[in-house]
Design a protein around this ligand. Structure first.
Ligand code: NAI
Length: 434
């Protein structure tokens, strides 16, 4: 096991501020708050020891306290070295919850933090549930502590990149427990990835650089869910947006949405901002950096930093690196400056505070339902990747309507029969794409 450290945060005296922000966020997270109400007597997570690895933000604090209010014990680390909000981590630590997270940690500290979450309390009881975002906790358990997998009932995974890793494991036969793909609930990827980035992409650029966005030329690499939200974010602020894509369907979608679709090489010389959203590697490479104009801002909003050749930049031009402020660095390439944000790590959590609470409530309500399902019904599942059933997806959405004054139309029995659904839903067949 690992020696007991009750918690590790940047500054515990930030707890009071964090608590006030958590209280504000609760009012914007109706899905999580209604699960607290619905399950307060039943305590469906009683006995669960959930290790979580997900950006330690204010919104995540509301998730953590929801899991605890349903009976779970929880330990937490952040899934990115820059994404922790130190006041959120402090408030969670102050509440007696073992959290290991601070903004601006090293890679070694990052792994140390995840490792702390595997064992609970002074008795060092091992985790029995995983809640992950990107798969780093899952990989640590599977690869470094395989003896722990037997005692774990299941795992739920938050993001596209982590989900890819799970399907790969399933194919190779190395998935040691049932998993729920939270990302592909409609109320997650079609909301958090899209509408979340529509708010937080521009927020990141503004907080980092204060640059005027209207009239600027922005290249968004990738037009999946994150790309769609990111492109809309810049367009909404008056920027001229070009998209790059490899997939003809997404390329055509971008074109139909009114974006120019080009190769990166074609548009680079005029680009003011380049942002990657692909979840793929090697998107912005050395030759691209060399083709950029002076003061181009380069950043990534995908899960990992390997979308941008940061290593190439450091190897070749590291001596020109000039920190403007934390997470904003200027490099000079053959006389031209480029501004790299968050060292190429996901910019909305590195340079801003991630998505707003309301959209995260949708994602985290899915997470909570996935944990309840796997903890209580693990025997129903094989070591495969599953999705939450559609009626729960619809439930997550339903829990978020009242807050924003949505009136839902009632379906009549006759209408329901005519379109072949039940009056109480699900309202769409499985193959429907939204
Ligand atoms: P997605 O699969 O819907 O979209 C990715 C798109 O990139 C696809 O359309 C794909 O065809 C395209 N693509 C792949 N290689 C490309 C290349 N070489 N050039 C141009 N386009 C290329 O995935 P999604 O959900 O949009 O997620 C993207 C990344 O963002 C993932 O790493 C995910 O984990 C992460 N993510 C980040 C969030 C944040 O808040 N920063 C929120 C949600 C997801």
């Amino acid at each position: 096991t690992v020696a007991y450290t009750p918690y590790k945060v940047k500054d515990i005296s930030l707890a009071a501020w964090g608590r006030k922000e958590i209280e504000l966020a609760e009012a914007e997270m109706p899905g999580l708050m209604s699960l607290r109400e619905e399950f307060k007597n039943e305590q469906p997570l009683k006995g669960a020891r959930i290790a979580g690895c997900l950006h330690m933000t204010i919104q995540t604090a509301v998730l953590i306290e929801t899991l605890i209010s349903l009976g779970a014990e929880v330990t937490w680390s952040s899934c990115n070295i820059f994404s922790t909000q130190d006041q959120a981590a402090a408030a969670i630590a102050e509440a007696g919850i073992p959290v290991y997270a601070w903004k601006g940690m090293t890679e070694e500290e990052f792994n140390w933090c995840i490792e702390q979450t595997l064992f609970f309390g002074e008795e060092r009881k091992p985790l029995n549930m995983i809640l992950d975002d990107g798969g780093d906790l899952t990989n640590m358990v599977f690869d470094k502590y395989p003896e722990l997998t037997e005692g774990i009932r299941g795992l739920s995974e938050e993001t596209t990149t982590g989900v890819h890793r799970l399907y790969e494991r399933m194919k190779k036969g190395t998935l040691a427990m049932p998993a729920i793909n939270v990302n592909d609930s409609v109320t997650k990827s079609k909301f958090d990835n899209k509408y979340g980035c529509r708010e937080s992409a521009v927020d990141a650029i503004r907080r980092a650089t204060d640059v005027m966005l209207a009239g600027k030329r922005v290249v968004v690499c990738g037009y999946g869910d994150v790309g769609k939200g990111t492109a809309a974010s810049f367009r909404g602020n008056g920027a001229i947006v070009t998209v790059t894509e490899i997939d003809p369907i997404c390329a055509l979608q971008a074109a139909m949405d009114g974006f120019e679709v080009k190769k990166l090489e074609t548009v680079l010389p005029k680009a003011d901002i380049v942002i990657t959203t692909t979840g793929n590697k090697d998107i912005v490479r050395g030759e691209h950096f060399k083709a950029m104009k002076d003061k181009t801002i380069v950043c990534n909003i995908g899960h990992f930093d390997n979308e941008i050749a940061v290593a190439w930049l450091n190897n070749n031009y590291g001596d020109t690196k000039n920190e403007i402020k934390p997470q904003v660095d200027k490099y000079t390439i053959d006389g031209k400056d480029i501004i790299l944000l968050a060292e190429g790590r996901l910019v909305n959590l590195g340079c801003a505070t991630g998505h707003p609470s309301f959209v995260m409530s949708n994602s985290f309500t899915n997470q909570t339902l996935a944990q309840i399902e796997l903890w209580n019904h693990t025997n129903k599942y094989e070591n495969k990747v599953y999705m939450l059933p559609k009626h729960l997806d619809e439930k997550v959405a339903a829990l978020h309507l009242e807050k924003i004054g949505v009136e839902l139309t009632d379906l009549s029995q006759e209408q329901a029969e005519y379109i072949g659904v039940e009056v109480k839903g699900p309202f769409k067949p499985e193959y429907y794409r939204y």
